[in-house]
Design a protein around this ligand. Structure first.
Ligand SMILES: Cc1ncc(C[n+]2csc(CCOP(=O)(O)OP(=O)(O)O)c2C)c(N)n1
Ligand SMILES: [Mg+2]
Length: 280
């Protein structure tokens, strides 16, 4: 498979800004959307799709492509914006999100070019990623498999079953990213089920672990691009993020989880994002 062109790392911030802008527009539509969790993982998605993943929008089913699973499927608007920006489908299609007849629904499905599997029921992505990694091993393909998980999602026991399986099968072409925004639907993750020391937990399950600023796409691309970090071990990057990143009136608040932006708040959000972009 021919390597696809990727952006210079210095451009990742501007890609992320465009993705955020699409996310905000979609969440002002009739359905609203999972705004906070889409904005917390925007920089991870930008780093993956514009620097790390070996994917080709013209051949979305190329058997040698890297695989990406959005295990936190509720952040679909972030994935749609990223796939559109990367050229899997027209950016104009984003305007149809959530509307009757659109394939861009609240959770991703395979009808959307670039989507590997439907996700949204939390706790399943890592096991599916294990399956992808095993299949590639059996077929002798050297592709990599990336899975993005929410930190609240880590409360699902199936995540840890998959973590055990990945380590025991020595799936070092499997890379997990945890969107560590500290919030889930109803409040702070650690108030509901404390997970710290999270890095040590993953280490104790036999994974190679790194932590990073989840809003620095260059740093993220550096870590993710260089995985696997230890031979024979799956890798997990704990990305420290802010739910609702980029919107001063929602950032760090559970209220950002699912939002239908009013016209006033949409205008406010657009202004805030523009100001942040101008400041870069
Ligand atoms: C199995 C399952 N239970 C409940 C839900 C409903 N749900 C959707 S998002 C969410 C909170 C997830 O929190 P987190 O993983 O931290 O996501 P983020 O903060 O990144 O949005 C819940 C409980 C679900 N999608 N799947
Ligand atoms: Mg969270």
């Amino acid at each position: 498979m021919t390597a696809t062109p990727v952006l210079e790392r210095t451009s990742l911030d501007s890609v992320a800004a465009r993705i955020r802008s699409h996310v905000v527009d979609m969440c002002a539509g009739p359905e609203g959307g999972h705004l906070g969790g889409a904005l917390s993982c925007t920089d991870v998605l930008a780093a993956l799709y514009f620097s790390v993943l070996n994917v080709n929008p013209w051949r979305p089913d190329d058997p040698d492509r890297d695989r990406f699973l959005l295990s936190k499927g509720h952040a679909a608007v972030g994935l749609y914006a990223t796939l559109a920006e990367r050229g899997f489908f027209q950016v104009e299609e984003l305007a149809g999100y959530g509307r009757p007849g659109s394939r861009l629904m609240g959770h991703p499905v395979r009808a959307v070019p670039g989507v590997e599997l439907p996700t949204g029921s939390l706790g399943h992505g890592l096991a599916l990623g294990c399956g992808f990694a095993l299949a590639a091993r059996y077929e002798g393909r050297s592709l990599r498999n990336f899975v993005l998980l929410g930190d609240g999602e880590l409360q699902e026991g199936s995540v840890w079953e998959a973590a055990i399986a990945a380590a025991s099968l020595r799936l070092d072409r499997l890379v997990a990213v945890v969107d560590r925004n500290g919030l889930q639907l109803t409040g702070p993750t650690d108030g509901i089920a404390p997970m710290e020391p999270l890095a040590d937990r993953w280490r104790s399950f036999g994974w190679a672990v790194r932590e990073a600023d989840g809003h620095d796409p260059d740093e993220l691309a550096g870590h993710l691009g260089s995985a696997p970090w230890e031979p024979g071990k799956p890798s997990v990057l704990i990305a420290r993020t802010v739910k609702g990143q980029g919107l001063a009136f929602l950032a760090g608040r559970s209220a950002s989880h699912y939002v239908k932006l009013s016209p006033r708040n949409h205008a406010r959000a657009v202004r805030g994002l523009r100001a942040a972009e101008d400041a870069v």
